[in-house]
Write a protein that binds this ligand. Structure first.
Ligand SMILES: Cc1ncc(C[n+]2csc(CCOP(=O)(O)OP(=O)(O)O)c2C)c(N)n1
Ligand SMILES: [Mg+2]
Length: 309
């Protein structure tokens, strides 16, 4: 979690330099979900994500240098510099991809689960999406199809209460999202997405259930997005959420909670945690150096993977 937080804080700081020319959706505040879920997966399990993908990519083991290079549009980026922040792929760790079409990768995750079934592979397929994702028809078609065929897929809904600037209560009737999944015949779970241990325990039970042939599972996790919907700034001045709500949301910081638990249990000392942060910061600095010293794609690179020319 700390690594994801530090990476995103570094990105937020450097974004103003206007060298990263892609839109960027930060997951600061939501790190526990990526980490808690991905900690229950193996390398062969496949993950799909959305526009807010940095945490998912890193938690699945995606290469940091190639992610930063992608954000700078460099040819060493994980998509050759073509995709930017919202199109991250790392085949080495089966991070099969993120795209910004809301709900768009959910059917892909179901397709990957179906492929695993047909091939007799034991791999799980995971789809991360937001509370706005469940307002897309294709997500319901995907849940229906997964339930019908009892496919090995885990649906993870990160409920941060907002789709851009619109709160959930103005978009959906007053009922829990996980109930919609139950109506499709999925087993569903829900819990505090700001507590990494809770996320891990729920995800472990859900993935175990899939491995035990109990069919697809759905997890709804509540959390809070700290920064603007898009971009590095705090959005207090936009007035769509109250100062009180922001303060309460940020007080539920998943990192602060984890740090407190680690120190109380004596697993690591304050000094050790500081050393870890220093190591992470050195790794991040090296990743930025790698990205900025990498070449810009040439014209041939740019058209090399275009299907119709
Ligand atoms: C099909 C589609 N409709 C609308 C948009 C514009 N859009 C981009 S992100 C977003 C909000 C999505 O909210 P949510 O799924 O809750 O994810 P969050 O941003 O909160 O992480 C919207 C409406 C889009 N990219 N794709
Ligand atoms: Mg949302």
């Amino acid at each position: 979690m700390l690594r994801i937080r530090r990476v995103e804080e570094a990105l937020a700081e450097k974004y103003a330099e206007q060298q990263m020319r892609c839109p960027m959706h930060l997951c600061i505040g939501q790190e526990a979900i990526s980490v808690g879920v991905c900690a229950t997966l193996t390398n062969q399990d496949v993950v799909f994500s959305n526009h807010r993908a940095h945490g998912h990519y890193l938690a699945k083991g995606g290469d940091l240098k190639r992610m930063i290079a992608e954000l700078y549009g460099r040819s060493t980026g994980c998509c050759g510099g073509r995709g930017g922040s919202m199109h991250l792929v790392d085949l080495d760790v089966n991070f099969l991809g993120s795209t910004p079409i809301v709900g768009g990768t959910v059917p892909l995750a179901v397709g990957a689960a179906w492929a695993a079934r047909l091939k007799g592979d034991d791999r799980l397929s995971v789809a991360f999406f937001g509370d706005g994702g469940v307002e897309e028809g294709v997500v319901h078609e995907s849940m229906n199809f997964a339930a019908l065929h009892r496919l090995p897929v885990l649906f993870v809904c990160e409920n941060n209460n907002f789709s851009v600037y619109t709160p959930l209560k103005e978009r959906q009737p007053n009922q829990p999202i996980y109930k919609m999944a139950e109506a499709h015949g999925l087993t569903s779970w829900h819990g505090d997405g700001n507590d990494v241990e809770t996320v891990f325990n729920i995800a472990r039970q859900a993935t175990q259930a899939i491995h035990n042939q109990q069919g697809p599972q759905f997890i709804e996790l509540s959390t809070y997005r700290w920064r603007e919907h898009c971009g590095p700034n705090f959005d207090n001045e936009l007035n769509y959420r109250t100062a009180e709500e922001i303060t309460t949301g940020m007080a539920a910081c998943p990192l602060a909670k984890s740090r407190k638990n680690i120190l109380a249990a004596g697993t690591q000392s304050m000094d050790q945690l500081q050393q870890l942060e220093n190591e992470i910061d050195r790794e991040i600095a090296a990743a930025f150096e790698f990205a900025l010293s990498s070449p810009i794609p040439t014209y041939t690179d740019a058209v090399g993977k275009v299907y119709a020319q």
